[in-house]
Design a binder for this molecule. Structure first.
Ligand code: G16
Length: 543
């Protein structure tokens, strides 16, 4: 048994996007593909010698093989220890927690998040730093650069490491510590939320369904909701993870979490419904007949956070990604705290959280989280909602109605045009950018454009600047349209159009969103000529 030095050549397109490197599973299974990228991760962080890492993934197809390859490469590079979730499994927030709790040099997470899994679906890999958060742009740029110049990598030649039993084993000279993926995470949640109040809530007959979508949160939700909080068996649905997520699309939104939506709008709907995605960082919240948009959920959590013990002292500030609705900004204003607007991607929250400038943050893409880890956290959001419901003792629909009455309502919807030819999508964005300067003052669908720009972000902590983060068109009266291309797709380009309009109330607070947004939807097409430029008559997914 020895360290092998393997010669390789650069493989095109190993450029991390919004959240690490995501490609089809078959691409990742190609010769040297995973190895080249892992070697570039180690290179970008200045080597693995003597370091300790966390490793795990969402259990999708190829997770088990990739874990073995990464362990052997880490061993060959002289890493001291790798902490792995049993079976190679760790949810993204649980991995973030372990990186922080154990004071490691970072971690490698295997997931393509909400993208489907399987040999004909998607795979992904990302590196999180010692703070537990996704690598910043400067580091992912270094990784990409190294992939374009790679000539070889080293790998330990040896048998597979046993991932099935807890405890310490080894791979070459490196210690491999196999840990229970759920235990530390469940303990963290117990410290943040009032588990006695939550137990009493379920004991009092409160009903809920948590849809794990055959993905990684099944074991986490079963342990916390059913075992520790006493929710009846069956509260967690689709709770057994499978490598292809039961053939489904583990994206918690009304389109893909159809089964849960049917339950929540059916005759025997429980009080509360929630879902999480492939790797457990996203969430969907739904009350009996009341879907809560991620943007509204963030605003409600910010307004009520002090009801949970972990946030009783109040919030330092809040942050949202730019396309996320501005509902949370109203709450921040009322609380007298700062609201930050960052580009899409959880990595942009890291500095603000580390510097203690914000406590809560969230995104329209169904991510909400806090300074407890450095990733968005699906189950955390569900538990915070439960804590709020336990304290306020009213329904989700009543919480929403009360929230809109207090703060006004930001109607919101996102239209996705998927797998658009890359050339066409780029042409649409370029055309849009070219006309930005002429838009202010023009009238579109009866409303005057107040401002239009390409969003750039200056990080208030490290001063770095991120440009080209999406086109914003803002109308007089508070409506807004954002256009951007997704950074997580694996087929062609996905055009995202984010639509928002604001109503102060007290009238007009309970209309269907698509009806309330009709004019804005028409304005988006008029400005970007979506139909003409993409050849599509309607979006593929509306959330
Ligand atoms: C990732 C990032 C999120 C981001 C989302 C946006 O989510 O972690 O911070 O909001 O991508 O995706 P897109 O670029 O496609 O709009 P996840 O859950 O896929 O890791």
């Amino acid at each position: 048994m020895s360290v092998l030095s393997i010669e390789t050549t650069p493989i095109e397109g190993q450029k991390p996007g919004t959240s690490g490197l995501r490609k089809t599973t078959r691409t990742f299974m190609g010769k040297h593909y995973l190895e080249n990228f892992v070697a570039s991760i180690f290179g970008a962080i200045g080597g693995a010698e003597g370091k300790t890492f966390v490793l795990g993934g969402d259990g999708r197809y190829f997770n088990d093989r990739a874990v073995q390859v990464i362990l052997r490469m880490a061993a060959a590079e002289g890493a001291a220890r790798v902490i792995v979730g049993q079976g190679g499994i760790l949810s993204t927030p649980a991995a973030s927690n372990l990186i922080r709790k154990r004071g490691t040099d970072g971690g490698i997470i295997l997931s393509a998040s909400h993208n489907p899994g399987g040999i004909d679906a998607d795979f992904g890999i990302k590196f999180n730093g010692p703070n537990g958060g996704p690598a910043p742009e400067s580091l992912t740029a270094k990784m990409h650069d190294l992939t374009t110049r790679i000539v070889g990598y080293r790998i330990w030649e040896g048998a597979d490491v046993d991932m099935s039993s807890l405890g310490e084993t080894s791979c070459g000279d490196m210690t491999v510590e196999v840990v229970d993926p759920v235990a530390d995470y469940a303990q963290l949640m117990e410290g943040l939320f009032d588990f006695s109040a939550l137990k009493a809530l379920f004991a009092g007959g409160f009903t809920m369904r948590f849809d794990a979508m055959h993905a990684v949160t099944g074991p986490y939700a079963t342990e916390i909701l059913e075992r520790r909080l006493g929710a009846p068996a069956g509260t967690v649905m689709n709770g057994s993870p499978s490598p292809d997520f039961g053939g489904g699309h583990p994206d918690p939104n009304p389109t893909w979490a159809k089964e849960l939506m049917a339950v929540m709008t059916g005759p025997d709907a429980p009080d509360f419904g929630a879902a999480s995605d492939g790797d457990g960082d996203r969430n969907m919240i739904v009350g009996r007949g009341a879907y809560v948009t991620p943007s509204d959920s963030l605003a409600v959590l910010a307004a009520n956070a002090t009801l949970a013990p972990g946030y009783a002292k109040g919030l330092a500030g809040v942050a949202r990604s730019m396309p996320t609705s501005r509902a949370v900004d109203r709450v921040a204003e009322a609380l007298g705290i700062e609201a930050y607007e960052t580009p899409t991607g959880w990595k942009f929250f890291g500095n603000l959280l580390d510097a203690g400038k914000v406590t809560l943050c969230g995104e329209e893409s169904a991510g909400t989280g806090s300074d407890h880890v450095r990733e968005k956290d699906g189950l955390w959001a569900v538990l915070l909602w439960l804590n709020i419901l336990a304290e306020r003792k009213i329904s989700v629909a009543e919480i929403m109605a009360d929230h809109w009455k207090t703060y006004g309502r930001n109607y919101y919807s996102r239209h996705d045009y998927e797998a658009v030819e890359t050339g066409k999508a780029n042409a649409l964005m370029e055309r849009l950018e070219a006309k930005l300067a002429d838009l202010p003052g023009t009238i579109v669908q009866g409303t005057t454009v107040e401002a239009a720009d390409q969003f750039a972000y200056d990080d208030p902590v490290d001063g770095s600047r991120s440009e080209g983060q999406g086109v914003r068109v803002i109308f007089e009266g508070g409506a807004r349209i954002v256009f951007r291309l997704s950074g997580t797709g694996t087929q062609g380009a996905t055009l995202r159009v984010y639509l928002e309009d604001r109503v102060e109330g007290p009238e007009g607070l309970d209309r269907p969103a698509d009806e309330a947004l009709q004019t804005i939807i028409a304005a988006a097409d008029e400005i970007a000529q979506i139909r003409e430029m993409t050849g599509r008559n309607k979006p593929d997914v509306t959330t």
